[in-house]
Structure formats: C-alpha cells, structure tokens
Design a binder for this molecule. Structure first.
Ligand SMILES: Cc1cc2nc3c(=O)[nH]c(=O)nc-3n(C[C@H](O)[C@H](O)[C@H](O)COP(=O)(O)OP(=O)(O)OC[C@H]3O[C@@H](n4cnc5c(N)ncnc54)[C@H](O)[C@@H]3O)c2cc1C
Length: 323
C-alpha cells in the first residue's frame, strides 16, 4: 500500500487537540498529492472513539490495541507502530505536534533509517512531490525540504499549521489490530502523565494581558511584569519557559500547550514569538511587542513594535500610565 498514514494521539481517554490538526494536515496532503489517507490510533479500548476519525477523505482507521499502549511508553509505541508501518508501507507518516511525538517519533523514524521532519508548518507540491516548509533560526528563515529517501518518510505538523476540527465520524471502516508487542523490549515504566495546563485562571476571558517571556531573565524581575500588568489593569501571562522554570503557575501559560487567548490588548514582554506561543495569542485585537531584537518573529504579528531593552521600556510605560 502507498499513501499517507496519520498517527493520532489519545490522552487520558480523550483526543489530544493536536490530533485534529494533524488529521487536517494529512487530508490536505492527500488532496494535494492524490495519495490516500489512513488513520492509526495506538491506544487501548478506543474503538468507539477511533470511529470519530473515520471522516470523509479517510480510507480506513486502525486502532492498535494492546494493554502496553494504555499508558504511554516510547518503546511500546515504537514497537507497535514500526510493525504496523512495515506492514502497510505508507509513503508518508504524519504526526501531531505533541510531547509524545517529540519523544518517540525520532526513534521510530530511525528504525526505518529515516529522520523525522519535525514541526512542518505547511507544504506545496512541486514535480508531484510535497515540499515541506519549516521555520529555521527562531523563525527568521523558512527552510524547504523534499524527502529523497524511499518510503516511508516521517513528518510532524507544527501547532497551528492546519485548522483542526473535532472529527465527527464517517463511513470509513474501523479495524482493531493487536500488535505483537514483546514485553521484554519495553524498558520504560510510565509515571503519571505530565499535565498540560490546569486552567484555574481563565485567561481567555481577559480583556488585557501582559505576557512575560524569557527576556525577563530572572524570577526576581517578574515584579516588573506584575507592575506593568497592574498599570494596564491586565492579567499576567507567560511563555512556556517561564512556566517550566516554575516562576508562574501552569494556568498562566499561553500557547499550543497552554491557553488560547484573544484579549483586546496583548503586551508581549521579552517574548521571541515562537510558533507555539503565537498560535495561542494571534487572535488578540492589538499586539504590542517589547523586544530588543528587531528581527524577533513576534514583530511580524505585532501592531506596535517597541524595540529596545524591556528594563527601560517597561518602567517608562508604568511611569507614563501612573502620571
Ligand atoms: C511541544 C511544545 C509545546 C510548546 N508549547 C508552548 C506554549 O504553549 N507556549 C509557549 O510560549 N511556548 C511553547 N513552547 C516553547 C516554544 O517553542 C519557545 O521555546 C518559547 O515560546 C520561547 O519562549 P520565549 O519567547 O519566552 O523565550 P525566547 O525564545 O528565549 O525569547 C526571549 C526573547 O526575549 C528577548 N529579550 C531578551 N532580553 C531582553 C531585554 N532585556 N529586553 C527586551 N527583550 C529581551 C530576546 O530578544 C528574545 O526574543 C513549546 C515547545 C514545544 C516543543
């Protein structure tokens, strides 16, 4: 068989929202190249849910069902998918933009002597072949890549690259297969899964947001961001590195693995504008970016660009607002 195989992810008994985007991207790739699209869901007890992915344009859905796939472990996913891919021999294997993909997909690609083309933001077709695009150097350049290796080739789509809608089912057949997983080859013992943003603060309802990024440099400097937020009567939010450092709670994170916000005013303070961040705030009414790097990607979507040192600009803004 040739075609496109899209691997969808379930987490805690529900679809990972990035799965919808990967499915949308795979369907678009199928339409552009004329290749068929099939779906694969490594999971346990997900037959009914998997039927939701049997949408128009999908040839078939297969659930790889095994108790070892119940809780995520990279080895188990690599084993199960390697066996399935070797059997169906797709041209392209497409993954969603998730932590799990980051974890297992490179190892899976390596099994076939391939590399993973990660974080593609789109493609166009030239000479019958898809040319995948991907930002390089913090979004300052766009790289274009064509696979020269024989099938299967592996690609993951960046968050926000395609508009995903929750799949509502269709007529494509749904099958359940049991991979022959060798327990001895599964070395990991999974711990409780990492939680992507518990939403105690509903940033989506905020009218104004001051979001702070790694440009703030130090936890002690967060006070400046707090004062700026207070001066604007805004909620305080952050990019992911600030959350990962434990400087603010997870529900303050904006982006693909955080909250999606659309305030009237969004002030990005020392945020570079990585796609994973932009996807969560590009719907803001007015974006003000404060960054000392004039070429930072955040300026591409900013309505107002304040180029300079945030430690000079923020106090000046606070001073101006309070006088
Ligand atoms: C699966 C996955 C999911 C992710 N999800 C998210 C997500 O939900 N949200 C998110 O934000 N990120 C997410 N990321 C991370 C994302 O890729 C970026 O690494 C992150 O957004 C960068 O954060 P930043 O802009 O704060 O830091 P950086 O990219 O380091 O940018 C810091 C910026 O501050 C500027 N700066 C430094 N000092 C000063 C100064 N004194 N004055 C003014 N400007 C200054 C610099 O010029 C730079 O542009 C995710 C990544 C992965 C792999």
């Amino acid at each position: 068989m040739s075609g496109i195989l899209v691997v969808l992810e379930r987490q805690g008994g529900a679809w990972h929202k990035m799965s919808f985007e990967a499915l949308a991207g795979a369907l678009e790739l199928g339409r552009a190249t004329g290749l068929s699209v099939s779906v694969c869901v490594p999971a346990s007890g997900a037959r009914e849910a998997a039927a939701e992915a049997a949408v128009a344009g999908v040839d078939g859905v297969t659930v790889l069902e095994h108790e070892a796939l119940e809780a995520y472990a990279a080895d188990a996913w690599v084993e199960a998918l390697a066996e399935w891919i070797a059997g169906v021999r797709p041209d392209y294997v497409v993954f969603p933009h998730t932590y799990q993909t980051r974890d297992f997909a490179p190892a899976l690609a390596a099994r076939f002597g391939r590399t993973l083309m990660a974080d593609s933001t789109g493609f166009f077709v030239e000479g019958g072949l898809p040319v995948f695009e991907r930002p390089l150097f913090q979004g300052k350049h766009i790289g274009r890549f064509v696979f020269e290796t024989p099938a299967p080739n592996f690609v993951s789509f960046q968050a926000g690259a395609f508009r995903g809608v929750p799949p509502a089912g269709g007529a494509a057949p749904v099958a359940v297969k049991r991979p022959s997983l060798d327990a001895a080859r599964i070395r990991q013992r999974p711990e409780p899964p990492f939680r992507e943003t518990a939403q105690a603060v509903d940033l989506s309802a905020a009218e104004r947001i001051v979001a702070v990024g790694r440009g703030i440099q130090d936890e002690g400097n967060l006070e400046l961001a707090r004062q700026l937020a207070a001066a604007f009567g805004a909620e305080l939010a952050a990019s992911r590195p600030i959350i990962d450092s434990g400087w603010l709670p997870a529900d303050r994170q904006v982006g693909s693995s955080g909250q999606t916000v659309a305030p009237r005013l969004y002030i990005a303070l020392g945020i570079s504008g990585a796609l994973q961040h932009i996807v969560g705030m590009k719907g803001a009414g007015c974006i003000v970016a404060i960054n000392r790097d004039a070429k930072a990607p955040i300026f591409e979507i900013a309505d107002y660009a304040l180029i300079g040192d945030l430690f000079e600009i923020a106090p000046a803004l606070i001073g101006a607002l309070s006088s």
